[in-house]
Design a binder for this molecule. Sequence first.
Ligand SMILES: Nc1nc2c(ncn2[C@@H]2O[C@H](COP(=O)(O)OP(=O)(O)OP(=O)(O)O)[C@@H](O)[C@H]2O)c(=O)[nH]1
Length: 498
Amino acid sequence: MVLAQLGGSIARALQQMSNATIIDEKVLSECLNEISRALLQSDVQFKLVRDMQANIKRIVNLDDLAAGHNKRRIIQQAVFNELCKMLDPGKPSFTPKKGKTSVVMFVGLQGSGKTTTCTKYAYYHQKKGWKPALVCADTFRAGAFDQLKQNATKTKIPYYGSYMESDPVKIAVEGVETFKKENRDLIIVDTSGRHKQEAALFEEMRQVSEATKPDLIIFVMDSSIGQAAFDQAQAFKQSVAVGAVIITKMDGHAKGGGALSAVAATKSPVIFIGTGEHMEEFEVFDVKPFVSRLLGMGDWSGFMDKIHEVVPTDQQPELLQKLSEGSFTLRLMYEQFQNILKMGPIGQVVFSMLPGFSAELMPKGHEKESQAKIKRYMTMMDSMTNAELDSTNPKLMNESRIMRIARGSGRSVRDVTEMLEEYKRLAKIWSKMKGLKIPKKGEMSALSRNMNAQQMSKVLPPQMLKQIGGMGGLQSLMKQMGSKDMGGMGGMFGRGDK
Ligand SMILES: Nc1nc2c(ncn2[C@@H]2O[C@H](COP(=O)(O)OP(=O)(O)OP(=O)(O)O)[C@@H](O)[C@H]2O)c(=O)[nH]1
């Protein structure tokens, strides 16, 4: 995703500014202009960029900067807050409740990934024990029903549609009624898309919405939409009560900034992002970790620091060694769960800083449920053999092993499968640390003093290098970290050598 480059450009702009001897209005303006240019190039809407620039100017106090505070950090924090504000409309969307019937209607342009996303959304909930159902009210595109049917069959989700009926409202109503009678708790209505916004599409959407009275309308948007995103999202919002946004194809080469503008246009939060064509390539969206990653402030670039903060000292070398080998085993997951439970509620806050541990496993505001879930997972893992816990082969966990674990722990097969899915998800994220070179104790400061950016770029995992902003970003980062207040390059790797 090109959006990743945005972070690098912003980091460079901030660096140039903090290199200046005196930070005055002019230097600050130049820095903000640079940041604005980067945002515009990523397709964020012009007005949003202008407002953001004005807000930062208002918030950042030049006197504070002149007094020698960490200028980069103050401005970076202001940029971070503004981007979060842009992506967070301030109120959460309607959240369906398991066991209670909710109707969720999907809208969006043709090809945005709407039909695929409907099934991903249904599948995501089904895995969590919901009883979803799909209704195809797209009578415009020939083949839409077949596509939905195929997806639904693959994921074993009940569906409703018709080859004969041409009235989408009639199908939508009949489908919703049928599934209400069957006590389905998540009834998902897929509607027609068109190549462009047109009156007929909006009228049809309005009618389906009026007839089915959805609890939530989700606007699906392709991340490559570009500068047109704001107007498009606004047009949908003006026609129906859009309550949430899902951005698809975040795995592609899209600039992505346009999609960010959509949030501002609909005043509704992004709840999920699509990251591939497969059913599982669907992630809960969380604003703060996303912006941190964007600005290279969190996640991978600070990964080592976080390991040192959250994992007990005696476990750190082993954990890093295993990660560098690319082996995130079930045992490692078990040990991290133990750490979380030992630390109590604070543990969760701290762990939420590690990649993959926050949004899915431990959603904010659900601490009690998360703790219970972790304990449940651990009980199941207690019924595993050493070979299973230490294996890195996902194929090892076949049906008979899963059944044995379910029996041994007194849980259902579905529970064991859910735990294994969680493991696979975390393993996928953490496997990106493979190839990480871990400096030995005492080597760190020497390493940081003697290395130039070229050498350092070889030591860092590619993912981390990308987040920093490539070679350019790394050079400025090294320069900055060489300064006393950052504690040398060792700061980047945490405190392993002290
Ligand atoms: N790479 C990638 N492809 C996706 C993603 N989501 C959907 N697609 C693909 O995008 C294409 C269009 O998706 P559809 O679900 O058919 O689009 P639609 O919006 O329902 O189209 P209409 O029903 O005609 O309105 C398909 O080839 C999908 O596989 C995603 O997150 N990443």
